[in-house]
Design a protein around this ligand. Structure first.
Ligand code: MG
Length: 411
């Protein structure tokens, strides 16, 4: 039987690659829900191709030939009656796609469609809310949204446990850990080691780092990703967030989660066991593999791209991260150790800092400075709910934006 898949953030990097995986495995998956932010025309094309039961667009309803204009937030109907290939059998899909929009629309979509797995590629708290909605329905979630676990890991893992749902690692590093841990006794794990490419500025001097432009930072040497995560990879904050995610996903204390710089991005994660044996997961740096693994688990499906060629003797290098030049990693560990709402302040401050950097308002090295200031100013309290997390994030953002110009010199 086909696995029913909802793809949230379907027009973004993770979403598009998820749909690639679906296309590459005809007969394995059925896309039953699609949600996108503002790219209405890309979403309309996806709806026409996959004919999901429901779709959501933050930018309002998708207008097709048969949907009346100006339907606002009320569900409109798209014409999906065209023939559609379903495995080897062509069938006519007569049921029109239901549309949702508005602030609660994505969660409404998740609640209205029966699915086996919901892929959460939507960034920010919108994605976190939708992930919670899916878990509360007992649906497995393939989680590519970082903020969800970083800001609300405790809430999310509790919701999953209480509803018999699983949070399936979808990031390459966590997928690597997950694959290494299969068949192993958790108690025998000595430590996890997450691989980091080191980003485009791995060997840059302090002076070069200070002069980095957004264009340079957006050019990642090994991975092709969205803008925010590419900058986070360049500062290594991304790896810090992944340490926090690993803590929640694999229920391990922070002192058992290490990071290693590995510029080739072939090894994604390593797990060291009590006897000193180390297992590593290797593959091409291609997000479609971890996405496919999350969708097909516990099965492994073939991929159409080739495997690694060891006859060409690839050089695999490993070195410790330089926390003096890339302080974001330590800032993430500091927020993690503080706990409660501190990781929320970390995420919110980073979001503001990256946005300002991309707009040319602050320098590359101002990103960690801004995050540090936010952590210094933040009095962490235990996380109560997603709404609480949202409020803390909004407050942190507001404070930073308000203080941006007046403290520009202090940065
Ligand atoms: Mg990653």
């Amino acid at each position: 039987m086909k696995k029913r898949v909802i793809v949230l953030g379907s027009t973004g990097s993770i979403g598009r690659q998820t749909l690639d995986v679906v296309r590459a495995n005809p007969g394995a998956f059925d896309v039953v829900g699609l949600a996108a932010g503002r790219d209405v025309s890309a979403l309309a094309a996806q709806v026409a191709e996959f004919a999901p039961q429901a779709a959501y667009c933050a930018g309002g309803p998708v207008r097709t030939a048969s949907s009346p204009a100006g339907t606002g937030s009320s569900p409109a109907h798209a014409d999906n009656s065209a023939a559609r290939t379903d495995g080897s059998v062509s069938r006519l899909v007569n049921a029109p796609t239901r549309y949702y929009s508005g602030p609660d629309g994505m969660a409404q979509l998740v609640e209205s469609v029966e699915a086996d797995v919901t892929v959460v590629g939507t960034p920010g708290m919108v994605g976190a809310q939708a992930a919670m909605a899916a878990l509360e329905r007992g649906q497995n979630v393939a989680l590519a949204n970082k903020e969800t676990l970083v800001m609300a890991g405790d809430l999310v893992m509790r919701a999953a446990a209480e509803n018999g749902a699983a949070v399936l690692p979808t990031d390459s590093e966590h997928s690597g850990v997950w694959q290494c841990l299969r068949g192993e006794d958790q108690a025998a794990v000595r430590r996890l080691i997450l691989a980091a490419s080191g980003g485009p500025f791995r060997t840059a001097s302090d002076r070069e780092l200070a002069a980095v432009t957004p264009e340079q930072a957006l050019r990642h040497p090994t991975w092709s990703m969205g803008a925010k995560i590419t900058i986070d990879s360049a500062t290594l904050l991304n790896k810090g967030l992944e340490v926090i995610e690993a803590h929640w996903l694999f229920a391990l204390p922070y002192d058992k989660i290490d990071v290693v710089i590995h510029p080739q991005s072939i090894v994604h994660a390593l797990v060291e066991f009590a006897d000193g044996a180390v297992k590593a997961q290797l593959s091409h740096p291609d997000m479609r593999l971890p996405i496919q693994h999350a969708l097909s688990y516990p099965e492994r499906l073939p991929t159409y791209w080739g495997g690694l060629d060891f006859a060409r003797a690839p050089v695999l290098e490993f070195s410790p991260p330089d926390s003096a030049r890339f302080s974001c990693l330590d800032l993430a560990r500091r927020a993690a150790a503080t706990g409660g709402t501190a990781p929320t302040a970390l995420c919110a401050a980073d979001e503001v800092a990256v946005e300002l950097f991309l707009r040319g308002k602050i320098g590359f090295l101002d990103i960690p400075r801004m995050i540090e200031r936010a952590l210094d100013a933040h009095a962490a309290v235990p996380v109560e709910s997603l709404d609480h997390v949202l409020a803390v994030a909004a407050e942190t953002r507001q404070r930073l934006m308000a203080g941006m110009y007046s403290t520009r010199e202090a940065l």
